[in-house]
Design a binder for this molecule. Sequence first.
Ligand SMILES: *[C@@H]1O[C@H](CO)[C@@H](O)[C@H](O)[C@H]1NC(C)=O
Length: 492
Amino acid sequence: MMACSLNYSLMVIIFLLYSSSSLLFISSEARKDSASAAAAIEIHYHTLEISSLLPASVCTPSTNFKGSNKRQSTLEVLHQHGPCSRGPNNPSAATSPPPLLSEILSHDQIRVDKINARIKQTSYTKNQIKGKKVNLPVQSGRSLGSGNYIVTLGLGTPQKTLSLIFDTGSDLTWTQCQPCVKSCYQQQDPIFNPSDSTSYSNVSCNSPQCSQLSAATGNSPGCTNAATCVYGIQYGDQSFSVGFFSKDKLTIAPNEVFQDFLFGCGQNNQGLFGNTAGLLGLGRDKLSIISQTAQKYGKYFSYCLPSTSSSTGHLTLGKTGNSRNVKFTPFVTNQQGSSFYFINIVSISVGGRQLAISGSVFKAGGTIIDSGTVISRIPPTAYSALSGAFKKMMAKYKRAPAYSILDTCYDLSGYTSVTVPTVSFTFGGNVRVDLDPSGIIVAVGGTRVCLAFAGNSDDGDVGIFGNSQQKTLEVVYDVAGGNLGFGSAGCK
Ligand SMILES: *[C@@H]1O[C@H](CO)[C@@H](O)[C@H](O)[C@H]1NC(C)=O
């Protein structure tokens, strides 16, 4: 069980210390406004059981998933490697063991490097499918290593069920396809077979859709002898998908059906996609599912990522009409050409106290929100302030060695619970977001926990508000309206 509370005794001591020096002020104002007087000086903590940081071995879906505010177009979001993705429909899910956290974190760094390369636009190299040359970037994956949350959609007629990684950092949706001309990795669902679908068709090389691939993937499309448009997308670390650019019926829910959805029918696929059938691109570009379903959903979607892999979240396409506790920060739109969602970080607070970081620090490289990056990246100047403040408030715990990209770690052997300072981010428009404890510390094995942030190597690199820090938040993308919303308690 996770207990989230202020540490009242400490708060009271600090309150008394301050109030003794401003007794008159406190006594006259406190009755009217004691909450805000205390808020200025209190230190906020979460106390949680260490075991709550680890996923349980059984799946406990978020109870509010089927709540009244959800639409037909609400899909359940599962963690790729947790017990919830191993249901009776997916008996083979357990066949390949989940990756180690250290592997996830090194893949995470590859993704971050690719995001930076893509934003800075670099060079390309060549790859091949079936003797046809397709340009693929090596330094700049247009799309980026695997995220770790999946949703299930239907494709084709009759409809076949596919579990796809959902990724706000890329645009093209693709799935592995028979006959897997070159290679398919092992996946949970049966591999999609276009010849079993009566609604499937190839996109031809001279169609306008084929030329949209350049923007969506960063690679010029290829063309087969039969004039079928060929896409190629490379994710770095030898992850890629190459295949035929296709159209088929996409089914989100029984009454949420899209004819002629454009996607990649992957004939040569390799990399960090786990047992999933491929990837669902939720970026800003024309070929993303968000743009392709804009008529119906108005480029509006929201999701909640669960706090552990033994719980579930949701992805909803379209407005739910339930944005009561959601506060909106504007997207930064001077990056229109990119598929990324840029926002502004204004400040970070630890234990209720704002860190002394000059606003220009966050402006240098800008910040994106990304569903696929696990650990948030912030400018090194901001990271050292964050880590410094965190260490001060965690002084009673024994330090432990760094773990992969995480350098602020503690040995909690002998403890069953831990008290950590709250961490909140303030985004443009004065939108303050309090992180769930599962986004503040991460258990890295045994009794070791680490601060769940990393510094970039350069203040000019892009900051990334990653998926650990988004956990349990309702994150609302009003792409058409130019705003990103954050609400609390979107899921557990
Ligand atoms: C799609 O194109 C590929 C390559 O040209 C071809 O092998 C396949 O038969 C085509 N499928 C359909 C349904 O036209």
